[in-house]
Design a binder for this molecule. Sequence first.
Ligand SMILES: NC(=O)C1=CN([C@@H]2O[C@H](COP(=O)(O)OP(=O)(O)OC[C@H]3O[C@@H](n4cnc5c(N)ncnc54)[C@H](OP(=O)(O)O)[C@@H]3O)[C@@H](O)[C@H]2O)C=CC1
Ligand SMILES: CC(C)(CO)C(=O)C(=O)O
Length: 324
Amino acid sequence: MTRYIIIGAGAVGASLAAEFERSGIAYALVGRGQQAAHIAAHGLTYRRPKETRNVRLNIHDTASPPSLAPGDILLLTVKSQDVEAATEFWAWQPVEGGGLAADLPLVTFQNGLAAEDIALRRFAHVYAASILIPARFTVTGEVVVGSEPQLGVVTVGRYPHGLDDTARTIAADLTAANYLVEARADIRRWKSAKLEHNVTNVVELFAGDREVRTKAADALVTEARRVLQAAGHDPAARSERSVDISGWRIVEGSGIERGQQSTWQSFTRGASSEVDYLNGEIVRLGRLHGVETPLNAAFQRAAAELARDGRKPGTRDIHEVARF
Ligand SMILES: NC(=O)C1=CN([C@@H]2O[C@H](COP(=O)(O)OP(=O)(O)OC[C@H]3O[C@@H](n4cnc5c(N)ncnc54)[C@H](OP(=O)(O)O)[C@@H]3O)[C@@H](O)[C@H]2O)C=CC1
Ligand SMILES: CC(C)(CO)C(=O)C(=O)O
């Protein structure tokens, strides 16, 4: 039986572990700091729309990781800025019976486009996953997932392209764990489509009325689309989905509020920022392909200043970043 090693015990990783635990799928969750210590000592407080449960998880601290076995699959659920360090650490871990983790499959769940290429430096079998999930980690020991009936929507495939039995196994196990899943041969198209949305995460860091924030978000998306097109990306359209997600919804009162996506959560926790891999990816591609990206660059810089100064979301006005 496949065992999943989930690296990163935050919003995406801890909820995945809780669902594997419930579904009887073998896993080990590896976290760090207070979050790992809290879950090990007290369990995870897991908030879902219909109930809040305390879930005991098979959790390890990264300082004393579980030993690896042939057949294990690594699921990387850290933020993009932590992928370099995490893949460097994990790739060279020994596998029982001989070999290194670099030969095991690794699945990247990050937003943005950078994680897979970082992973490919060390891992021979990289699978990319794009996940839509209203998950929140802002309180140590607690994760909220506010959707039903399934947790989230996952698209997974071999990177850079293709489908194989491993991708199908991952898709089947995630389906068994109550995610809406499709395995696709063209995963890069799904990652770039997701990035078109995630360039708007940064807007949630700044104060402003809804109309201004909507205008800012729309303008960031328009700029991102132009760049992605110039860079040869072909983002997938929603109509291309082969799984029906029409019944999947975010429940009001579930603890998930509008305007509090993963980037907002990092700033709220005082954790490091992923913006250089979201808006920063658009800026990078723009520089490579000769397309101006003034708005994504302005938001990237403003977010970096907030992070540098340890400021919380909403402490700077959006008009200080750009006028709309
Ligand atoms: N939250 C959401 O709703 C969604 C998130 N995503 C994407 O999924 C990815 C994961 O995001 P999310 O779950 O929100 O991130 P979180 O910040 O909630 O969780 C990541 C966790 O990984 C820990 N970590 C970092 N490096 C290591 C390491 N080397 N070993 C062990 N643990 C480590 C972090 O610790 P520390 O706190 O110390 O940094 C943190 O606890 C991101 O790319 C995000 O953009 C996609 C869809 C939705
Ligand atoms: C899926 C979504 C949009 C969830 O809110 C996300 O990607 C994020 O929080 O960064």
